[in-house]
Design a protein around this ligand. Structure first.
Ligand SMILES: NC(=O)c1ccc[n+]([C@@H]2O[C@H](COP(=O)([O-])OP(=O)(O)OC[C@H]3O[C@@H](n4cnc5c(N)ncnc54)[C@H](O)[C@@H]3O)[C@@H](O)[C@H]2O)c1
Length: 324
């Protein structure tokens, strides 16, 4: 895409996390000055996040420990580093955990985002790329999911917190002239993936025989490899769009059973699956329309499930070998 000068300095929140660490790595490798921020939220083990930080530092990104729930902390960091764009990925993830602890999700995902928005506004940072999720579509009947769906029936507090955040971002864009690209990620998997998510639970089961709950369904997901997510985010960083919401998914849903079979084929092992009733909070299907992504960013995710799962298994073998 032409007509826009590439951005030089980017601040990434949630940098010690799964997607954030890959994004910092990617942006630093293409020559941008990257400042990663994270508070090592205890939702999963700090050691996993410290390993992610080592990876982004090796790629040349800077890292600061800071908490978006404090306006003062995040504002002073933005004041010192003066980024051109903030990519805001920091969040409390996890659908089932959000059903148990809803308040934490609004404190971090909604009020934490408001602190980031207010800091940008106060310090003259005009551009943000904001992480959202396919979960905002809830049980919509419009399939594939299109960005103009009203998304008024989120199934759990995590989705409600993310949809609220999108609405708040739209309000800030209109009132204060911020340019914000909201990217709705679809089931992200890949190397250094989150330990609470299905791919990691399956990998662990293949190696150790640990049981994994398989919800009665059938469930299908628009699995999107993390390298495709960060390519889409990098495109959004360099392309101001005003205020827009875009799906960032492959647009080719695959049944959970198909994803598992692929992982079993590649590994030559069998997962220990235990059938369990599907909670009401679990969506049956996710399916991205990628038309808008294509139209506005000229981008289409391209990693097939076969390629993605092979890369995932290769990483897992190296990752688990480290501990032996
Ligand atoms: N992984 C997916 O499939 C997926 C799908 C849709 C949307 N998302 C969104 O993508 C983003 C990244 O998700 P992820 O899967 O990499 O999760 P992750 O948990 O690995 O990364 C999120 C990071 O945010 C940090 N964080 C949490 N609270 C913070 C705070 N108060 N201050 C500073 N940092 C804080 C955490 O420590 C963590 O490192 C999130 O916004 C998530 O909602 C992820």
């Amino acid at each position: 895409m032409s007509g826009h000068s590439p951005v030089n300095t980017v601040l990434v929140t949630g940098a010690a996390g799964f997607i954030g660490s890959h994004l910092c790595d990617k942006l630093a490798r293409v020559g941008k000055a990257v400042i990663g921020v994270d508070n090592f939220d205890p939702y999963y083990a700090r050691i996993e996040k410290e390993h992610n930080v080592e990876c982004l530092r090796r790629a040349g990104a800077d890292f600061r420990e800071s908490d978006i729930r404090s306006y003062g902390d995040i504002a002073s960091l933005i004041d010192v580093t003066r980024p051109e764009v903030v990519v805001h990925l920091a969040a409390k993830p996890g659908v089932r955990n959000s059903v148990k602890f809803p308040r934490q999700y609004f404190e971090t995902n909604l009020l934490g985002t408001q602190n980031v928005l207010d800091s940008c506004r106060a310090l003259g940072v005009e551009r943000m790329v904001l992480a959202s999720t396919s979960s905002v579509y809830g049980n919509t009947k419009r399939i594939p999911f299109e960005e103009d769906d009203p998304c008024v029936e989120p199934l759990h507090p995590y989705a409600a917190s993310k949809r609220s955040t999108e609405l708040l971002a739209g309000t800030y864009a209109r009132l204060y002239g911020l340019q914000i690209s909201v990217m709705r990620f679809f089931t992200v998997y890949g190397e250094r993936g989150r330990p609470d998510m299905m791919p990691r639970l399956l990998l662990n089961s293949l190696t150790t025989g640990a049981p994994v709950n398989l919800y009665e369904g059938p469930l299908e997901r628009d699995w999107t490899h993390v390298s495709d997510i960060v390519r889409g985010l990098a495109a959004a960083v360099d392309r101001p769009l005003g205020f827009e919401i875009l799906n960032l998914g492959r647009g080719q849903p695959v049944p959970l059973s198909g994803f598992i079979s692929e992982l079993e084929r590649v590994s030559g092992k069998q997962a220990n699956l235990v059938s369990a009733p599907r909670p009401d909070s679990e969506m049956l299907s996710t399916y991205a329309s990628t038309d808008k992504l294509n139209r506005l960013l000229g981008y289409q995710p391209e990693v097939s499930i076969q390629e993605g799962v092979e890369a995932l298994w290769e990483w897992w073998q190296a990752y688990t070998a480290r501990d032996r």
